[in-house]
Design a protein around this ligand. Sequence first.
Ligand code: BTN
Length: 255
Amino acid sequence: MKPELLSAHEITSALDGGYWRVSVIDETESTQNLLRTSNPKPGDLITTEYQSQGRGRLGRSFSAQKSTALLFSFYLAPKCERNNWGFLPLLVGMSVANSLIKITGDSNFKCKWPNDILFNEKKIAGLLVETLDDGVIVGVGINVSTTQEQLPVAHASSIFLETGKQLNRNILLAEILAGLTPLLVEWETGSNISSLIAAYSRLSATLGQNVQIELPGGKQLGGIATRIDSSGALVLDSGELVTVGDVVHLTSKLD
Ligand code: BTN
C-alpha cells in the first residue's frame, strides 16, 4: 500500500488552536539537528519523510525507511523549574500512547520509562529530549507501517505489525499534539502534578516490574520499579531515585 505523504496543511487544519507551527520537509539528516540550527521558537515543529542520520538516545542511531515512520522534533521552553523537566518525556510518551490507543482501539500501547512506547513489550516508538538554551528539543520516532523486513532491530515492532492497521501519519501527529497541549499546560502550572503522575502510572509498562537499569558509565542498578516522582524520576523499592538510564524489564512483581 502506498503511504500517504505528510502534509503541514492536513496536520494544522486538524488542530484547534494555533500553538504548533508545523513544517514538513522531504528529507533531512535529523529533525533534531535541523531544528537546533534553525533558531527555534516554542511550538516550532519539523517532520520529515526520511532522516539520513536519525539519532536515538545515548548516542545510538534511529533509522527508518522512507515514509514508514512518523518522525518529528519540536521545541518547547517550559515555564517551570529546570529540575522538573524530566517529566516532559513522560508527558509526550503519554500523549503518544493515548493517541495510539484512541486511533487503533487497542489498549496494549504502554510507556516504558523514560522514553519508549511499547506494545506487548516490543518497542514501537522512542523519544529523544535534548536541551537548547532555555528550552528543549523533543524528538519522536514512531514505527507506523514498517514491515518485518524493514525493522532495524529484533526487539522493535510497528503499529502495522502489531495491530494490522495502516495509520495516517497526519492524523496521528495531529492527535498527539492535540493531546499534548493540555498536558503541558497542566504540568507548567504545577497545580495538579499528582493527577499527571496517576495518569502516567496507568499507562506505565515499567511500574511494578522487576527492573535492571543500565546507568551511563556502565554501572547497573536493580529493584522493583515502584513509582514516579514529580520530577519524572523513577523510584525503586530501595528508595533509590533514577533520573537517567536504560531500563530492562525482568519479571513482573505481580507474576
Ligand atoms: C530512541 O529510541 O532512542 C529515541 C529515538 C528518537 C528518534 C527521533 S526521530 C525524530 C528525531 N530526530 C532524530 O534524529 N531523532 C528523533
